[in-house]
Ligand binder design. Structure first.
Ligand SMILES: *Cc1c(COP(=O)(O)O)cnc(C)c1O
Length: 391
């Protein structure tokens, strides 16, 4: 069986470091807001390239806290609008509605699966305060056009970097491109803890200060509460473990790129559309090309960190069954669009055809830094021999 992501094998490969990290915390007798969290914050801020990193409990909280802090700082208020891609994982949107802000769902680019930057401007109103870009599946969503739109309309850009730890835009890491970024260290993410963990990165001193206080009961000084805060902190165990895993992130992402490149070069099937590596510059609504045609595409492939390798096919459920029978485990990211969820009943009638097409046709192939060549070859061989029988 080629498994989707061998999480245990990945974490075992960090031994004895993980056990050492756990022992370090046990020996210290300090469990929250200690040296491990502080050191991880410094190391992660340095890695991402921002002035500040605030460790928090999870990725959803990271995004919630950024918006809550902007509200406490008087830069946003209830009912203000945040532009967000309609096909994102629901957490991006939950962070917005949890703060009684209004998500404005914008269709993605079918080639890159990321927010279609050319559609943003028509959704801007006098209540728009921010654009939340999501680097979905590990692919960077950024352009000079995006920067221009934000500057012209005085909007913040918030990055949901949960799926893109280590990705680049030019020479800068995602997570350092906008005003603030939310990161997730959920176990299955490219940089995963052994439980829930997250972080905010930013260069903004006031924002960093406010988030740190809100995440600690709204308090900067013990027992003095400035804000109606929450409790959302990165614990010492997870911080210590993440410190052991961060140094290998670039190498792990590089291995993912090799596997992705192998898939792109060798998957060849008329019913399968490969991820396009595209951008909003490539205004092509037709299926993505099967081969890497131009150099700029190759450059893009270098910055992508392939959290997920997502193909599309009309016969998605049939293909998934076929792969399972042939011992290739796949997952769907995601089967139901946020606006079709019961949680957002009020949006169920909205028409977002590209978003719905994506949710009905995507399939994520096995992808992991520990996948070996034989496994990748096997996945390709099985895929290429798929024979869809419509009856
Ligand atoms: C995982 C994820 C989150 C939430 O992170 P958690 O740590 O699970 O709370 C937010 N946005 C996206 C795009 C994600 O993939």
């Amino acid at each position: 069986m080629v498994s989707f992501l061998e999480l245990k094998k990945i974490n075992d490969s960090f031994e004895p470091n993980i056990s050492g990290a756990i022992k370090r915390v046990l020996d210290s007798g300090w469990y929250l807001l200690g040296n491990e969290a502080k050191s991880f914050e410094n190391e992660f801020a340095f890695f991402i390239g921002t002035k500040h990193c605030i460790g928090v409990a999870n990725g959803l909280d990271a995004l919630r806290l950024i918006l809550k802090a902007y509200m406490e700082m008087g830069q946003m208020k209830e009912g203000d609008e945040i532009i967000v891609p309609a096909n994102t994982y629901i957490a991006s949107i939950l962070a917005i509605t949890d703060n009684r802000l209004v998500p404005i769902l914008v269709e993605p680019d079918l080639n890159s699966y990321n927010l279609d930057i050319s559609l943003i401007e028509r959704h801007i109103t006098d209540r728009t305060r921010a654009i939340m870009v999501v680097h979905l599946y590990g692919q960077v969503c950024w352009s000079s056009e995006l920067e221009g739109i934000a500057a012209r309309h005085n909007l913040k850009i918030i990055e949901d970097n949960a799926q893109a730890a280590g990705a680049y835009y030019g020479l800068k890491h995602t997570g350092s491109l906008g005003n603030a970024a939310g990161h997730s260290f959920y176990p299955g993410k490219n940089l995963g803890a052994l439980g829930d963990a997250g972080a905010v990165t930013t260069d903004d001193d006031d924002l960093a200060d406010t988030i740190r206080a809100i995440a600690n009961y709204g308090s900067k000084e013990k027992y003095k509460n400035l804000y109606k805060g929450l409790n959302s902190r990165l614990d010492e165990f997870q911080a210590a473990i993440l410190r052991e895993k961060l140094p290998r992130l670039d190498a792990d992402n590089q291995r993912r790129r090799e596997i992705a490149q192998y898939y792109i070069d060798n998957i060849n099937h008329p019913d399968i559309i490969l991820p396009g590596l595209g951008s909003s510059e490539v205004k092509d609504q037709s299926p993505a090309p099967h081969k890497l045609p131009v150099r700029s595409t190759v450059l893009r492939a270098l910055s992508h960190i392939w959290h997920l390798f997502v193909i599309r096919t009309e016969n998605r459920d049939d293909l998934q069954k076929y792969l399972m029978v042939n011992e290739v485990q796949t997952l769907i990211h995601y089967p139901i669009a946020p606006h079709k969820q019961l949680a957002y009943k009020e949006w169920n009638h909205i028409l977002l055809p590209l978003t719905e097409l994506i949710h009905n046709t995507v399939l994520s192939l096995p992808m992991s830094p520990l996948m070996n060549d034989l496994e990748a070859e096997y996945v390709v061989k099985i895929l290429n021999s798929y024979n869809h029988d419509p009856h």
